[in-house]
Design a protein around this ligand. Structure first.
Ligand SMILES: NC(=O)c1ccc[n+]([C@@H]2O[C@H](COP(=O)([O-])OP(=O)(O)OC[C@H]3O[C@@H](n4cnc5c(N)ncnc54)[C@H](O)[C@@H]3O)[C@@H](O)[C@H]2O)c1
Length: 388
């Protein structure tokens, strides 16, 4: 394929990141088809037109079904609120398009199942926007683990904190609606799960806890009840005997984009924090004890794919670069090349673990992470329907 046609649905926070990724991927990697930005969709015509102009798309529409039906579109980027992921992804796959869908897969487990089924039936590539697995630091950590640098992993902890909803008077948005899912679990905990799935494999059992710090938020002239949970904790048991913990909060004042990973092994430890994501700290329990301590390794051209962005060490990558790497991995996968991606089947395992955590939070017991096929009433799980 010499040219690939892209359609983008949604142009908010993540939509712009996808647009930048599609704009930059060929310039950065050089080995991709020419990316043709064919069509862009927003809820409203004039906004769609303006964004198409800014992002360099050939056409715009307010009808996502028209975008999905466009014969010049080969791959659809879906960056709309969570509740839209399933209908848009399934329609795109049914129309024979490849799909790059933002996380989470879908708030309803049955919808996530339908998305995975549609991808299998279509035989097209369908991946999720788990950008953090794409960083050179995570690849370096994976390499360290694989070569046994810290021995067998005994325990890990991942915390993901931001403060964009820390203010009790932060306005109500779709992210506080039940239709968006459980809250911090769908918004944040899926990211640590993507790292766990990439570095260690999925947990066997989980124990969850969810909290709602503020009962309502400003909405128009009044206040509207918050429908999901801004804080969550998951304990994890891994099949090999290791244990882990995920703690996430959208209400953690001062934390802007913290995604801190601590991995402890029999012979050492590894630390990483997305707020300083060009650095990996490694502690090796070897040699004279007096010299023990964390050593910080700065990511540079020897940590792929940093070198594709800039040849000079010390100049650092940023968040949007992860999206460019993700677009490249997607294009690799479409071309049948090796690729690091979380496809809809792997994403489904993450969704099961998230639903299992929510179920555990409601029932106060350990729950098998896979499969979590029933809701609290023992019926096929179809939506985020847990209240504490
Ligand atoms: N990968 C990440 O790190 C990351 C970070 C933030 C958000 N996300 C995910 O990205 C998705 C979007 O989140 P966001 O923060 O960009 O939201 P946002 O509210 O900033 O943007 C959503 C956009 O979609 C548009 N939209 C809504 N319904 C539409 C429809 N039917 N047709 C066309 N456009 C429509 C909205 O007008 C808006 O511009 C969510 O699923 C979220 O979980 C991922």
């Amino acid at each position: 394929m010499e040219t690939i046609g892209v359609g983008l649905i949604g142009t908010g926070y993540m939509g712009k990141c996808h647009a930048l990724a599609w704009t930059g991927v060929r310039a950065v990697f050089g080995d991709t088809p020419v990316v043709r930005r064919v069509a862009l969709c927003e809820v409203e015509e004039s906004l769609a037109r303006r964004r198409a102009d800014e992002f360099g798309f050939e056409s715009s529409t307010s009808d996502w079904r028209a975008l999905v039906a466009n014969p010049s579109v080969d791959v659809v980027s879906i960056t709309t609120p969570n509740a839209w992921h399933a209908p848009m992804a399934i329609a795109a796959l049914d129309a024979g398009k490849h799909v790059w869908c933002e996380k989470p897969m879908a708030p309803a487990l049955a919808d996530a199942e339908r998305m995975a089924t549609a991808a299998r039936a279509a035989g097209r590539v369908a991946i999720l926007g788990f950008n953090y697995i794409q960083s050179p630091a995570i690849r370096y950590i994976s390499k360290l683990l694989q070569r046994g640098a810290i021995g067998s992993v005994t325990h890990f902890r991942i915390e993901m904190d931001e403060d964009y909803m820390a203010d009790a008077d932060a306005p109500f948005s779709w992210k506080s609606e039940k239709s968006a899912g459980y809250g911090a679990l769908d918004d944040f905990a899926v990211h640590p799960m993507s790292l766990i799935s990439t570095l260690f494999g999925m947990p066997s059992e989980v124990f969850g806890e969810m909290r709602k710090p503020y009962a309502d938020r400003p909405d128009g002239a009044g206040r509207r009840p918050v429908e999901n949970f801004d804080i969550a904790t998951i304990l994890l048991r891994m099949g090999d005997g290791a244990s882990g913990a995920i703690q996430v909060s959208r209400c953690a004042w001062g934390r802007k984009g913290r995604l801190q990973l601590q991995i402890f092994g029999a012979k050492g430890a590894i630390l990483f924090d997305q707020e300083r994501f060009n650095e990996v700290s490694v502690y090796l329990a070897e040699g004279p004890t007096e010299g023990h301590g964390f050593r910080t390794v700065l990511m540079g051209p020897t940590h792929p794919p940093y070198d594709r962005f800039i040849v000079a060490p010390g100049h650092q990558m940023g968040f949007n670069d992860l999206k460019i790497v993700e677009a490249h991995e997607l294009l690799n996968r479409i071309a049948g090349k090796p690729s690091l991606t979380i496809d809809f089947d792997a994403g489904l395992a993450i969704e099961h673990a998230i639903h299992a955590a929510a179920r555990s939070a409601a029932e106060g017991r350990w729950v098998e992470a896979w499969p979590c096929r029933t809701n609290l009433a023992g019926q096929p799980a179809k939506s985020a329907e847990i209240s504490l």
